[in-house]
Write a protein of this length. Sequence first.
Length: 329
Amino acid sequence: MNARPLTSETARLKIGFVLARSFTLSAFAMFVDTLRLASDELDRSGRVHADWQVLGSTRHLITSSCGVEVAPTSDFVDPGQFSYIVVVGGLLTVERPIDNDTIAFLKRADLQKVPLIGVCTGSFILAEAGLMDHHETCVSWLHYQAFRERFPDLAVRSDRLYNLDKARGSCAGGTSAADLAASIVRQSISRDAERNALEVLQIERARTALDIQPRRPLDIDCSDDRLKSILITMERHVEDIISIPDLAASVGISRRQLERLFHEKTGRSPAQAYMALRLHRARALLLQTKAPLIEIAIEVGFETAGHFIKAFKKAYGETPGRVRGATTH
């Protein structure tokens, strides 16, 4: 991605932060501290190469999901003076994470072609405002299903750490906010600035947009990124099953190579691992919801309740009904 050209008004990399109600403090802190440490040498924190503001429609304190409060440092000024606007999301249970004035500001920034970035669930906020079209949104594996349900027409993935293009960015949150910020620093300031920030933060290297989220479906511990990516893809497609050849093609290998990889690393075939993931999801739904068995069966890719019950009993040694019944006693 080419950084937004700096004008006379934006002589430095300048980031405007929009914090949602119940925003994730760690994601915000990782992003802003990467900027702070990249902006000056060592740990002097001067705003030499970068500047940042927390923007708000009021100066009222904004409470994070952990209870720590942050005060906006600026009103909504001309968005054109910023290199990027970064929206930091948080709890999805908050009905109105930002107010109408903030939505209007984000749309104004879009009209002025200021790149918008959703951090953590900030991508949900941008999508809700109609601002994530034509961008493959990156979300945490934890929020993948929720994003698909809310925005079925938008492209989304949960295997990578972040995605950044000319107009939009998105990241899974947590420490990946530092990786995304480091990428922007490297492009907009210098590699030396990026290195200084990461060394002070005790981060050995910035992960790239191609790195895989640290998720271990089925508790399989494996260093092979191809296998990790496929397992995450399987996990997020338990209803709309992806064929084994297509899974292999998604990481650039043949079906036979994929079969060998799975047997070597997990002792299972890809089909067996896929079935285990689907049934694991079904068990969670049985324990956490009151949905009828047929609905659960369909949600994890079975056409009939009978087929689902047979596969479940083979995997867990008891029927779905018995598993659900045990939780009511």
